[in-house]
Write a protein that binds this ligand. Structure first.
Ligand code: HAM
Length: 448
């Protein structure tokens, strides 16, 4: 009987692993360029951690079960709650701002479809301890630079930027309290995927007859694309006292964020779009999602501010902002734009031996080359020269090291450039020393 993988889980044959490593390599490189430190956390966590902190949508997708000790546990659907716990536990001893990243697998019981699997990788990048928009800007710039590092540009992707604080102010201006606002934000989150009639029905539960007009005002806010439109919209909100000064402060936060993004070179990618509110329960301020430029397909990345989460998990009051990028939608986009390099792993050297008498000498040399980091392919079984040369040509190796009876008796090894066919005999004791120039400059620079 043959077993198949579970739906939504992937196997990684070596070529798929090479593609994955390419993506992970770029993620890590950009995170380091911004001086973020790498961390990790368990893949299995107490179920409770997600029930309260992640929000309904993720809780409905958990891989959860009871372990043998009777504990309710879940495979991690996202990193943020674990990370908030890690940070909260050490908050007082960590140097601020804390800038951390992780690359790891996550699990959600979603319906497998294009861009959505049940096991996928995320690149999580977060900053703690900095309340101002400079942290949000740093992360959005990092997000853009990550996508650019794969060769993508402003024709390929966009980051849609929104603000939950601003929504709460706008909804307060509409007379909604906290629970009414939360319900409306849940509806706005699904606006693009829901029929207008259904939206009005849902809004009517909260707002009665005013639902349709209210939706008109929401739609006007979502259509805003420029800062000046945004500013006039906010300035015209019927707010008083404390709420009015919060609205003023929000305008200057927006101004600062957009200025930083422009200066960091991310301006071309970022689009004001209040249609983004994010489904996860913990977000508080600026929120953003990256999409393929046409806006089609599932998000490439998503994140935002979550200033209250660490305290909710028993830690101190500590502002936080972060995002996660997924590997599935990213690789689909890279494939569609021809930005996924075809990786072929090529050895530096391939060893060819005349017969069993030459094996030990060849193996000794291969061991030395391998110990200093060269990639060396070595024959595990005896074969004639013809077959070995054919295999050497197919291997993609740069150089063949040929160990014949005659060469060995003189302390030599024959080196063959497999591309040009040039050959050269060198002392075996010279092999390590001459390997770099033989591999780099080929044979032209070498004299006998
Ligand atoms: P999220 O929007 O749920 O945010 O996920 C972030 C990204 O992970 C998505 O944009 C998508 O690329 C990828 N992703 C999510 N679910 C799947 C799936 N089933 N299959 C393939 N890819 C998927 C979060 O997870 C937040 N914790 C991000 C965050 C970090 N916020 C602050 N810090």
């Amino acid at each position: 009987m043959q077993f198949e993988t579970l739906p939504g889980f992937r196997e990684f044959y070596p070529d798929a692993c090479a593609r994955r490593n390419h993506v992970f390599g770029r993620w890590r490189q950009v995170a380091r360029a911004f001086n973020f430190l790498e961390y990790d956390a368990p893949v299995l966590e107490p179920l409770e951690l997600y029930i309260e902190k992640s929000g309904e949508e993720i809780v409905g997708q958990l891989f959860n079960f009871e372990d043998r000790g009777g504990r309710a546990v879940a495979l991690r659907p996202e990193m943020t709650p674990s990370l908030a716990r890690l940070i909260g536990a050490k908050a007082n001893s960590l140097k601020r701002p804390v800038k951390w990243f992780n690359i790891g697998e996550h699990y959600r019981y979603e319906r497998p479809q294009k861009g959505r699997l049940r096991a996928f990788y995320q690149f999580n990048v977060d900053i703690f301890g900095e309340p101002g928009p400079s942290a949000d800007a740093e992360l959005i710039a990092l997000l853009c630079q990550t996508l650019q590092s794969f060769g993508l540009n402003s024709e390929d992707f966009k980051v849609r930027l929104s603000d939950r604080d601003l929504w709460l102010l706008m909804l307060a201006a509409e007379g909604l309290d906290a629970s009414g606002s939360a319900a409306v934000l849940g509806i706005i989150d699904k606006l693009e995927r829901t029929e207008r009639g259904t939206i009005i029905e849902k809004l009517a539960v909260i707002l009665g007859d005013a639902a349709e007009k209210f939706l008109g005002r929401i739609e006007a806010a979502i259509a805003i694309r420029t800062f000046s439109e945004l500013r006039s919209y906010i300035e015209c909100l019927p707010l008083e006292g404390d709420l009015a000064s919060q609205a003023q402060a929000r305008i200057s936060d927006w101004q600062q964020l957009l200025r930083h993004l422009e200066a960091a070179g991310a301006g071309d990618f970022v689009q004001i779009d209040l249609g983004i509110v994010r489904g996860l329960a913990y977000y508080t301020g600026f929120v953003f999602e990256a999409f393929e430029a046409s806006g089609e397909g599932r998000a490439l990345a998503g994140g935002g501010r979550y200033d209250a989460l660490i305290k909710k998990l028993g830690g101190p009051d500590m502002p936080a902002v972060g995002f996660a990028m997924g590997d599935v939608t990213l690789m689909d986009l890279l494939d569609s734009r021809g930005r996924m390099p075809a990786y072929v792993q090529r050895p530096d050297f391939i060893v060819i031996i005349g017969g069993e008498a030459e094996r030990d000498a060849a193996l000794g040399d291969a061991a030395q080359l391998r110990s200093v980091g060269y990639q060396v392919e070595y024959p595990l079984k005896s074969q004639g020269f013809g077959k070995q040369f054919k295999a050497a040509n197919q291997s993609g190796a740069r150089l063949a090291l040929i160990y014949g009876e005659d060469e060995l008796s003189r302390g030599l090894v024959k080196v063959r450039d497999l591309a040009s066919g040039h050959e050269l005999e060198i002392g075996r004791d010279q092999l390590l020393q001459r390997a770099p120039s033989l591999l780099e400059g080929g044979f032209e620079n070498e004299t006998e």
